[in-house]
Design a protein around this ligand. Sequence first.
Ligand SMILES: Cc1ncc(COP(=O)(O)O)c(C=O)c1O
Length: 451
Amino acid sequence: MPSIDLSNRRGLGNMAFVIEYTRGFFDAAYEQQIMGLYGRPVVGRRFEPIGSLRSRSIVDFVRCSYLGLDNHPAIVAGAIAAIRDYGSVHWSCARTRLNFGLLGDLEARLSAMFRARVIAFSTVMVANMGALPLIASGALTGGEKPLVAFDRLCHASLAHHKAVVAQETEIVTIAHNDVQALEELCRTRKQVAYVADGVYSMGGSAPIPALIDLQQRYGLFLYIDDAHGISLFGDKGEGYARSHFPDEIGSRTIIAASLGKGFGASGGILMMGTAEQEKLFRSHAQPYVFSAAPNLAAVGAGLASAALHDSGELSRLQSDLAARVSCFDDRIETRQRRTPLPIRMLSIGEEDAAIRAARRLLDRGFYTSATFFPTVARGKAGIRVCLTAAHSHAEIEELCQAIEDVVPGHDSALPTSATRSDAISPNRYVGDVPASLADRLSYADTEEWGA
Ligand SMILES: Cc1ncc(COP(=O)(O)O)c(C=O)c1O
């Protein structure tokens, strides 16, 4: 293992490399029409693409609306009713000035359901943009700036902010789910904040119980982006991360989540534990102060979805999803098999092969995501399948048949994002870390960005 060069403190963005390396893959993917499709909904998970693929109804396994709520009539009606009632979609002012009353209603309702103080943003990426500099400032850790440790596979919407965080405090990138490395940091540093996904968009999840254990023993501050975990777990759909925590979230955890994936509306939220934190975010989170609020269609949809989450329909949808996931797992071997999450990755290897496989599946009537660098590691391309409660068993069986026919060589043992180990980093920032940790802190590798 190469040891870390601790003198390397330059912020070496690597976007130029990424563009150069991936341009051909994107060109091929667009040419094969497996990227950038436009379409209209048909029924259930089917859509009709616009353009040269027209006239074919395709079953979608790309969208992350895991409970199938994104076209639920009650949610659509909620959006329409909100706009009608207020006669407006958008008020052009920062949230520190004037807010739609319904936005306050949405935050209050989600706060009660998720047993946290909830602030809504227009997307999760925007919520992350607001939160990470505040964590770096030390304002959430008693005025003392923490060392901020990013999980190496954390989503692009987190990793993107490394430069800003590094301007404020020291940062390190640690190997995926490396609780031992994190514990060593906690032992040697007074304040450590860990930034990770709850459910990873390319498969797998954070070891939340082990992280809570570190928090209890060392005071580790946790920032968990559970964009993909919300709605799928918990009595009220509070999500993968939140449902691991006891009643009170406390003062050392903030959870981000999406209102636009499993939740079926639009936007992002932060769940936090204390009134002081809420006050801080409502006065100093940059997008809160300097950018617009979620629009009213999103708010109305969010309130309608909250009502569904507060009803018996949620647990029915959660079990429908579990049944669909197990239907897929009965036929197709993946590294995620028999885990309760709805994301499945077929490992293929070469990027071109993954693009061709996605096109063959599309020709059979199934739209899946070809995943390649920078979404996953170089040479570890594959196909992502997002299963939802709204797929019929027949659609899943037919997809499995198509996978067996046209992607027979996918290798469930081939690592995708979770265990990769090659290349160059788009985000090289190294803090002053103990030398004993050097071989476990990845800074000179290509980081995947998720999707
Ligand atoms: C962990 C994570 N966070 C954030 C996002 C982006 O969410 P949004 O589209 O609301 O910005 C994603 C995207 O899929 C994600 O996987």
